[in-house]
Design a binder for this molecule. Structure first.
Ligand code: SF4
Length: 260
């Protein structure tokens, strides 16, 4: 089954379509995946493929490895745009997420004060006070919302906690207002004989209504880039993405970044 893991806690820098020269921080295991979603398109594979054996890196390990990397890069004069929390799962599930953000801000200020800190989150832990406060301290909190329809989220993102309610998540993202960035995967396919499609009129209208409620700093829409565990998922054309982006901007006034 398709799976590509980051085998380090600090990885890169890599060139990201959305973020530029990005030094990655993986708060998940280095030989498995831990996430509160189980997206059909997850490059780290399905949750059933296992969390591995390495466990989560400690706060101390993250800080020391990040410092080592930043010190070396700075001494070499290496370019860096952003430190990005992503990796093999959901970073906000780490029990020391807030403390790790504090350490990262201090190290960024010491070695690369102009560099941004981004967190890619699936938005399932925004209800936690410490997580929400930590996200407010970073430059770019990039929160996933793939559909405003709970049925579609259940098919595409497959929340592990069955109490997940997309309306609650939209409320929580809206609490960030202009401090937040919303990221939406646009795709369609079939899984276990059931169509999954967030490009329909109903889906796009639902997303636009949610974006209007949230009014984030920016919306990012993107599509499948690499092989996915559910291989029927399609890469949507750049023209279609641009036309969706134009409609979002027309109806909400929001800036929409497209990566196709
Ligand atoms: S939220 Fe991200 S890490 Fe989690 S399953 Fe989805 S794509 Fe994978």
């Amino acid at each position: 089954m398709q799976r590509v893991l980051f085998h380090q806690t600090i990885f890169g820098p890599i060139h990201s379509r959305r973020l530029g020269a990005s030094l990655g921080v993986n708060l998940s295991p280095t030989d498995g995946k831990v996430c509160s979603f189980d997206c059909l398109y997850c490059e780290a594979g399905y949750n059933a493929q296992g969390p591995g054996t390495s466990g989560l890196p400690s706060r101390e390990t993250v800080a020391s490895q990040l410092e080592e990397k930043l010190r070396t890069m700075s001494a070499e004069g290496a370019a860096l745009d952003v430190i990005t929390f992503s990796g093999n799962g959901e970073p906000t599930m780490h029990p020391d997420f807030a403390g790790i953000i504090d350490d990262t801000i201090a190290l960024r200020d010491k070695y690369y004060p102009e560099v941004k800190i981004s967190v890619l989150t699936n938005s399932t832990r925004l209800y936690k006070d410490d997580v929400a406060k930590a996200l407010r301290r970073v430059d770019n909190n990039i929160m996933k919302l793939d559909s405003a329809n709970g049925h579609t989220v259940a098919l595409l993102d497959r929340p592990v906690d069955k109490r997940y309610r997309v309306d609650d998540i939209i409320e929580q993202i809206a609490g960030f207002g202009r401090e937040g960035i919303v990221q939406t995967m646009i795709t369609r396919g079939v899984h276990n004989g059931i169509a999954v499609d967030n490009t329909t009129e109903e889906e796009i209208a639902g997303l636009i209504a949610a974006y209007k409620k949230i009014m984030p700093r920016e919306v990012m829409i993107y599509t499948i880039d690499r092989k996915t565990p559910e291989q029927s998922l399609q890469r949507v054309s750049l023209d279609e993405l641009k036309s969706i982006a134009d409609r979002i901007t027309r109806e909400t006034g929001l800036t929409v970044q497209v990566s196709g």
